[in-house]
Write a protein that binds this ligand. Structure first.
Ligand code: AMP
Length: 419
């Protein structure tokens, strides 16, 4: 690499304003939505012992091929988190909080994937995990939270797909049937899927290779393998979604990328873009995971929403784009800059977004900077104002409007004008 030409590593990117502001506001809105439902934030480490993630299942690409794993200086085999459910459930198993435990999280994840639009090697998620009950209406609560979150961003072209993956035993029977089906036509399957079949036939359903599509379409359907118990659970989930007027479709081929899901699995798809990367979120029930990670047997359900992709969906729909002004008040000081220094400090303490010009430039240059800043009002201090303890306020939207006021009443005057 040319040392004079450093760039962010492949698959990563710098997020500058205004995108950074949207990322932050997305998290703020998420935390408000889930906070209203009693979810509290959990912050887990960005890396774990690799075994924590290996519990997610060896057949998943995320674990098999995409993990950033490394040995630390103490010889520990660690991995950057490719997702956060495993970390959150590991934290649950370690700390054993009271159940039901309803937690939310945000932060970056790392996957060594083929980088492209909407697919990054470092990407951010917001999500929830709810542990401690098998109640199907908790599955509904969790899906509803994601739905309400999308609504609050202003998104209207999101599709919810749900499926049931059955209980563990149902899955075994289904996987046998799938294996038989795919093995019968093995030669027609893509080479990749032939390999996947050896590790986990379920995952073949996840292939989006053209060559596999017919065989996937004619494959047995999970719905026919559900036990009475799983069927009941699934029908209550659907009833709950109906009761909340949340539209959904049942997609019997939906399996999700990770092996640990049982019963409910769901995905949110952005219909506003047709890229291969239109899954904006997904989740499901993972009743065996807590136990697998050394905790007491505890059912759980949750989802993760990709922040980057959700923001792409917002862009495609033209929503969530307006920004708060960065600067409300701009101080122009032609007396040397000390007045600006103390005035900005005072106005910032009073809660106004305040900026100023630098380098003691001319009145004209400072007014230009004020306009460029997007501020609504300029507070001007010249020699005359300095001598009489006054300031001049100029409305930057209607540039004719200008008044001189006592410096003492500046805060109340600005409050009246701006709030
Ligand atoms: P997953 O854990 O794979 O189900 O991911 C949950 C959500 O995270 C997906 O629906 C995507 O929105 C997002 N996501 C997953 N992988 C990536 C990636 N490499 N780049 C950007 N977003 C991703």
């Amino acid at each position: 690499m040319n040392e004079l030409n450093f760039r962010a590593p492949k698959g990563t990117r710098d997020i500058l304003w205004p995108d950074s502001e949207r990322h932050q506001r997305l998290v703020d809105i998420f935390s408000a939505v889930v906070g209203e439902a009693g979810y509290t934030q959990v912050i887990t480490p960005m890396f774990e012992h690799i075994e924590v993630f290996q519990r997610l299942g060896d057949a998943t690409d995320v674990v098999r091929k995409e993990m950033y794993d490394f040995q630390d200086k103490g010889g520990r085999h660690l991995a950057l988190r490719p997702e956060q459910t495993a970390s959150v459930v590991r934290a649950f198993a370690e700390h054993r909080p009271n159940i039901p435990w309803k937690a939310w999280y945000t932060g970056p994840n790392f996957r060594y994937e083929r980088a492209q639009k909407g697919r990054f090697r470092q990407f951010s998620q917001v999500g929830v995990e709810a542990l401690g009950t098998e109640d199907p209406y908790l599955d509904v609560e969790v899906m509803a939270l994601a739905w309400r979150f999308y609504e609050r961003l202003g998104l209207s072209q999101i599709k919810l797909e749900v499926n049931s993956l059955g209980n563990k035993d149902d899955r075994v029977h289904f996987m046998d049937a799938l294996s038989q089906h795919f093995e019968k036509y093995l030669k027609d399957l893509s080479e990749e899927s032939q390999k996947t079949l050896e590790v986990n036939p379920l995952r073949v359903l996840d292939s989006n290779r053209e060559q596999d599509s017919d065989l996937i379409a004619s494959a047995p359907s999970m719905i026919d393998f559900l036990s009475e118990d799983a069927k009941k659970h699934f029908s209550l989930v659907q009833e709950g979604l109906d009761a909340l007027d949340i539209p959904f479709i049942v997609n019997s081929k939906l399996v999700r990328g990770l092996d640990y899901y049982v019963r409910t699995a769901f995905e949110f798809v952005a219909e506003s873009f047709d890229a291969a990367q239109n899954a904006v979120g997904g989740g499901g029930r993972y009743d065996g995971l807590a136990e697998d990670l050394g905790g007491p047997p505890t059912p759980g359900v949750g989802f993760a929403i990709g922040s980057d992709r959700t923001l792409l969906a917002c862009e495609a729909e033209g929503v969530f784009q307006t920004l708060e002004p960065v600067t409300e008040v701009f101080v122009v000081d032609t007396t040397g800059g000390l007045a600006a220094l103390s005035l900005t400090d005072q106005l910032r303490s009073a809660g106004f977004k305040t900026d100023r010009a630098w380098d003691n430039r001319s009145m004209k240059a400072q007014m230009k900077a004020a306009d460029k800043s997007g501020a609504l009002i300029a507070v001007i201090v010249g020699e005359e104002e300095l001598a009489t303890d006054t300031v001049t306020l100029r409305d930057l939207r209607e540039s004719t409007d200008q008044i001189e006021i006592e410096k003492e009443i500046i805060i109340e005057t600005l409050r009246k004008r701006l709030r």
